[in-house]
Design a protein around this ligand. Sequence first.
Ligand SMILES: [Zn+2]
Length: 359
Amino acid sequence: MSESTPSTSRRSFLTRTAAVVAAPSIATLAVGALAGPASARPAYAEITLPDYAPVPASALGPALNEQGYYIGQVERNLYWVTDGTYQAAFLTTSDGVVLFDAPPTIGHNLQRAIDQIAAANGVSNKVTHLVYSHHHADHLGASSLFGRNVVRFGHAETKRLLLRDNDPTRPAPDVTFKDRYTLRVGGQRINLAWHGTNHTPDNVYIHLPDHDTLMLVDVAIPGWVPIYNLNLSEDIPGFMAAPATALSYPWKHYIAGHLGRLGTRDDVVLHQRYITDIATNVRTALATVDPTPYFVKYGPNTWAAVKTYLDAVTDYAAAPVIAKYTGVLAAADVFTTSSTLVILESIRLDLGVGSQVHP
Ligand SMILES: [Zn+2]
């Protein structure tokens, strides 16, 4: 697939701008229901919003088309599709199309992208298999668009969680596995593996050995730091171990589920360094920041003392990381503090660092 031309870049920018401009009106509707008459609220333009460091060009992907998506070839008959924020992938085979995840934000553009590739290559555009990376709605909420005649594959825990949450947009997988499963469709190999809890208890590694590709969603995000709390992850030690597991596979192309571009091994290594730097600084901060003044100041308000002390440790640890990665990973100044707090809590609570037994 060709890289963006100036004209498509501009179109994409306009598309993205339209999406960004649309967002406040949704927020206004939601807030308006609670906040009373419009005249009582400040106009959008009057709200003071923080400024952040510019997004490095290396974090951005190719321009989107007029429908708001980009379709790219990963290798041979493996393709990836993005709306600039979410990513899915698909494999065209002689027995139909295997789709990997179905983010609702890409929605009907998934089939449009598949149709475009199928028509260009004279192959079937019929999705016959759908592989789930994990149970989250933001990656699967367009699954039901593909109807009942698709065979869905996922981890046993994905099935349990989807049956529990009972969301009609995400039918539970028909075929499940616990540790490993090799899916063969039209002579193509797809190795699914579970290596323990990380982002979620059910997040799996999707390896396409004949396409030099690994798909691992919501762990390392090429060019960007994780969002809140290390991508809202449920198991912090598991999340921190996942990049090494990813790198233990042979692959060249990394499909991360976010944001606008594919990843490389260097992206995963950079993510790993960023996380290691936070963890190293947290240990230093725990040994450096004196809790005494916080507990003296707040006396009986234990939570106020705990909050201000842990916030101080977090800020002490995060500040040098923000300085080091600004301009290297996008949004280092937006989300590093949030992720530092969960690493701090994991180092305290999972690893027991700083625990003191009363004499
Ligand atoms: Zn997720």
